[in-house]
Design a protein around this ligand. Sequence first.
Ligand SMILES: [Zn+2]
Ligand SMILES: [Zn+2]
Length: 131
Amino acid sequence: MNCPKCSAEMAPFTTEGVELDFCEKCSGIWFDHGELAFYTETTEDVPSMDDAIANGDSTDCPCPRCEDITLVETAFIPGESLLVDICPGCKGIFLDRSELAKVQSLSVERDVLRKVGRSVSELQDRGYLIL
Ligand SMILES: [Zn+2]
Ligand SMILES: [Zn+2]
């Protein structure tokens, strides 16, 4: 599948028990629906998926899974500066490089982001990701 931001081919990456898709070109990560919830040990990927989609800003980025659907940019946790791109169709989530850097700093204080933060560190340790 191709990266929604730069359209480079994404590579699968397994970490913390889930398989993600990672873009080596722009350092973005794609989570299929439910993968982020698995990480954060919640039932949904974002606290309120329907609100997130309804209140989000549309982008030009095509969903890598769906045809003719573009991603919507929205806050991961209401009131936080961390933004994610969600597909209104398959509900997959894309985090770009600057947002991954925020995950790193927020994961220290937000328990819910700890595993995501660890995966980001793992990608950095393996030299895939430079933030
Ligand atoms: Zn990319
Ligand atoms: Zn989609």
